[in-house]
Design a protein. Structure first.
Length: 274
């Protein structure tokens, strides 16, 4: 004889069966990822390796240096930059040439950026040590030259100053206006034209040359001023009171000479004879 199930037992059995099925469904759903999630994970490119090599020994401003890169084949948009470098050029797929800029002593960062073969970003850095303690070349001394060292009132004189300074001029009392400003040609030479003053006097004058606001030389310049006619001065003839003029009748002309109006040597006038 079968035992009949009560309503409570039936309800309990149904609940357990339903719960087991729900648990099993949940477990199956976590085990199998959705197709969209798998596609998203596979589309993200993996980071690519990149490295940059620079000289390990100290370099000086003006030195030419060579750098090298380690990047995957097919990388593009590669560039190297640094405040310590100028004239940066890619020599081939892995090499870089550059010149050390005029910078102070210190360590300078060098950066490499680019795009990998799968579109990923490439980046690498390195340190470059610059030692700029080499003596700088001594600038050439400033010089001044005049087209002539002599002039008259109104004459033109070409002045040339060569210097490493940013400005130059000359001053002289011999020139109209006193100061002559000079124009630079952009290569260290300054030129201008001076005019000899109208009221200049004859003599010697100094021409002071300035570069960067400081006098560096003085050259001699001679002038000839305008001359003024001298006033005629009456000069009384010299008369010797002991010499008496001869009478016309006493004039004698010596042989071989001209009549000078004076008695010959040894002549004694009749009025003085005893």
């Amino acid at each position: 004889m079968r035992k009949a199930l009560t309503i409570s037992a039936i309800a309990l059995a149904s609940s357990m069966a339903l719960g087991g099925a729900t648990t099993a469904f949940a477990a199956d759903s976590t085990a199998s990822p959705s197709p969209s999630a798998s596609a998203s994970a596979s589309s993200t490119p993996k980071p690519a390796h990149a490295a940059l090599s620079v000289p390990t020994s100290p370099v000086k401003p003006g030195d030419s240096v060579t750098l090298s890169m380690e990047v995957p084949d097919g990388s593009t948009n590669l560039s190297v930059s640094s405040s310590a470098l100028k004239n940066v050029k890619m020599t081939d797929g892995r090499g870089v040439s550059a010149t050390i800029a005029d910078v102070k002593d210190g360590d300078y960062g060098v950066s490499l950026v680019g795009t990998g073969p799968e579109g990923q970003k490439l980046q690498a850095t390195a340190q470059l040590h610059v030692k700029a303690d080499s003596p700088k070349p001594t600038p050439a001394p400033s010089t001044v030259q005049l087209s002539t060292d002599f002039g008259r009132a109104g004459d033109k004189v070409v002045v040339t100053v060569k210097t490493s300074a940013k400005d130059a001029s000359v001053k002289s009392l011999a020139f109209a206006g006193g100061q002559v400003n000079l124009k630079s040609d952009g290569e260290g030479a300054f030129t201008g034209t001076a005019t000899v003053a109208q009221d200049v006097k004859s003599g010697y004058y100094g021409v002071d040359a300035y570069a960067g606001g400081k006098k560096f030389d003085t050259v001699k310049f001679s002038t000839e001023g305008k001359s003024t006619p001298d006033k005629k001065t009456h000069v009384n003839p010299h008369v010797n009171p002991d010499v008496k003029p001869l009478k016309p009748s006493d004039h004698k002309t010596p042989r071989g000479s001209v009549n000078t109006g004076q008695a010959p040597v040894g002549y004694v006038a009749e009025s003085t004879r005893g």
